[in-house]
Design a protein around this ligand. Structure first.
Ligand SMILES: [Zn+2]
Ligand SMILES: [Zn+2]
Length: 153
């Protein structure tokens, strides 16, 4: 049995207020959360996991819409991050160009989740999505979307 990792993630500071981010691991998804509620920091591979679960065609889809420079700094390397609009919607997400991770402001997390869920509903009507859906169900327990819902509630 492995103990769930929890507590301060030393060295990682919120891009808004600089406070040490809290490491928060629930439902197998690990994120660093600003103690002052500014948002969430996802490691690069964590965001990729979300994306891969979100849609089968995620790998072939361009996700960097309207890319531009951000005023926020990467909590890991302190370089200015870039911003893009999530899936061509007006939800800006910051990311480190050195692949350290992704920053979602508090309000953005909910919007991204809504978009993902919307998308999963659309996909569930298509054949390829049914395959993905079954695979999800086979992996046991709650669906990925239920887990996400719980996570951001
Ligand atoms: Zn903060
Ligand atoms: Zn970085």
């Amino acid at each position: 049995m492995t103990q769930p990792q929890q507590g301060k993630h030393e060295g990682l500071g919120c891009p808004h207020c600089g406070a040490s981010l809290d490491l928060d691991k629930r439902y197998g998804i690990e994120m660093d959360k600003c103690p002052n509620d500014h948002g969430w920091w996802l490691d690069h591979h964590e965001m990729m996991e979300l994306e891969q679960e979100a849609a089968e065609d995620a790998a072939t889809e361009t996700t960097y819409y309207a890319r531009r420079e951000s005023t926020l700094k990467c909590p890991v390397c302190r370089k200015l991050m870039d911003t893009f609009n999530y899936r061509a919607n007006n939800v800006p997400i910051e990311f480190c160009t050195d692949n350290h991770g992704w920053w979602l402001d508090k309000g953005e997390v909910k919007q991204v989740m809504d978009l993902m869920r919307e998308r999963s509903r659309d996909l569930s009507r298509s054949r390829s999505a049914q395959v993905a859906w079954k695979r999800n169900v086979r992996s046991g327990g709650k669906s990925f979307w239920d887990k996400l819902k719980d996570l951001f509630r």
